[in-house]
Design a protein around this ligand. Sequence first.
Ligand code: ATP
Ligand code: MG
Length: 389
Amino acid sequence: MEKVILLRYGELFLKGRNRSSFESALIDSIKRALAPYECNFSRTQNRYYVENYRPEQERSLVDRLTKIFGLCSLSVAVKVASDYEQMYAAALSAVPEGSKTFCVRVKRADKRMNKNSMQIAMEAGGYILGRRQGLSVDLFTPDTTVNIDIRENGCAYVYSGKVECAGGMPLGTAGGGMLLLSGGFDSPVAGYRMARRGMKITAVHYHSYPHTGLQARQKVLDIAKTMTRYCGDIRLIVVSFTKIQEEIHRRCDGDFMITVMRRVMVRIAERLAVDNGCGALITGESLGQVASQTVAGITSTEDAVQQLPVFRPLIGMDKYEIMDTAAKIGTYDISKQPYEDCCTVFLPKNPVINPKLDKARAEEAKLVDLDAMIDEAIKEAEIIEYTAD
Ligand code: ATP
Ligand code: MG
């Protein structure tokens, strides 16, 4: 019996006028994911199939496919000829040992068959009951639902069980977003959340070498690479913040250090966003999490952004929810390494919790030649391209 993977996508986004562009973005993602494997990909009206793969690659294939945004679930099915005996035998083998109750659901696209869906379901049920001790039928809350999909092409797909996929919208259907990526837990999760809504992620990281070490930098590189599992290819722009941070330290009221740093970070990020075709900034801020993430703190950061929207997908999330997602996407173990990014250098003892906007602007205005420093930081930035395996 041949194995087949059935892929299902969210129906909703395929209903509107954008259907064909969404669908082609989804198919692109699937084809890219399948490229390293020996297999065939096919589609009928509302289903996708992966066939003719090597059985020993099934687990790895399933794992890869569950990370594609736009797919909602998949099932590993056996493909048989739409012959009753073969379908019933496949249905029997789809009931796992240990299951106590089951039901059979039949979809019959092939109307040439002489039995209707209900008759086929009942016969398959009888076949299973006659061959497996201790099983009974439960139509409402069965341990196992066996599905028999009879297609028009003379074959049937038989399966039980569904694996949840990443959901969301296909990558690239929502334009580009510039993610401010630190080494912490939050920003990688923020990038993941926006990529899940279809954004192509470009990331910018600020470091203060030699005040921060090479390990802190490596940590962010590893995070960006890991993010490609879900987010696809990522361009990481590594910007030296050393001179700017020293200038802020030299001139500004210490309590406003972080406020001013955030303002300059978003200024640089916005320029890079425009240069890289991104229509939004993305940060990992979560309301109230730290002193700079109060409403006043966020107001004084956002004030330095000229035109793009700032997306903060974690704004209403708790830290433990963010950590759960970090673990799921594989960035948790990297983020937990102790190497610190530039935010912890010259840290004030009492960062201001509710910065007044006027004062934040005035502190930033004390910086000498900020525009020239920004130009230089952008000019000297290092660009690293990560491709999804
Ligand atoms: P994270 O866990 O993402 O580091 P955090 O809780 O530590 O977040 P902050 O350090 O206040 O919060 O940073 C808030 C946001 O500012 C981060 O989520 C990130 O988007 C951005 N950011 C902070 N530091 C950097 C940096 N060195 N490079 C790029 N972006 C940064
Ligand atoms: Mg941080």
